[in-house]
Design a protein around this ligand. Sequence first.
Ligand SMILES: [Zn+2]
Length: 243
Amino acid sequence: MASKIRKRLDKTGVVCRDLVNGRSEIGSAAEAYDKRNGKELQWPLPNVHLGVSAENQEWADKRIPYLLQTPAAKRFVSLEPLLGPIDLTASPTNVFCEARTGPSDCNWEGDESELDPLPSSCEENTEYAGLCPICGSDASFGPSSSKTLLDSINQVIIGAESVGAHAGRECKIEWVRDIVRQCQAAGVKVFIKQIHLWGVNWDDRLFETPEAAKLCLGECKPKRVLVKKIDQFPEDLRIREEI
Ligand SMILES: [Zn+2]
């Protein structure tokens, strides 16, 4: 059975960098277990699915690139609680090495925080962002390839916020539908855990918007309802694909 590592939101970068370097708590525990059992450690661990969570674009842009840099048998992104629209077709990098077309043919690209600083003599009047951490050539701002945040992701999980049995902060159905469309276009599996719909009670008729509920139900004050049962989802969103 696959294990999932989650909810270390503040430590995502550290955990992923440690995994890359093979010195995480997870890696150490696995190594100890394998030694006891006389087995060689396989890396990345074949039974570990690695994931990050993101509630909006800002955190998707920050956390998913770390996940993409980390060796893993399978990768997932958990958009829970989903609190805004997210474009997963954005680029995971914002700086690239200028030597990719030069003699050293370095293909490095990443986040500007990974760059080495320019020599102090070059700091002024330069268009470069810093120096490539791999080959030391000049690095510039901009995505260098057509990669997206969904490249190398196996599954995206989507869930609206719940507070107990009730709906939490709003999750619009149009955000969910748009993310599903992006994943399907990229061949990434989708698992929709729970959504928000509008109605009077969870077991009555439910609608995608308050306007639609009012139109159909007449005089009433529709409220946002947490829906977990897949057969109550809109037909096109009844998707629970496993990896
Ligand atoms: Zn380079």
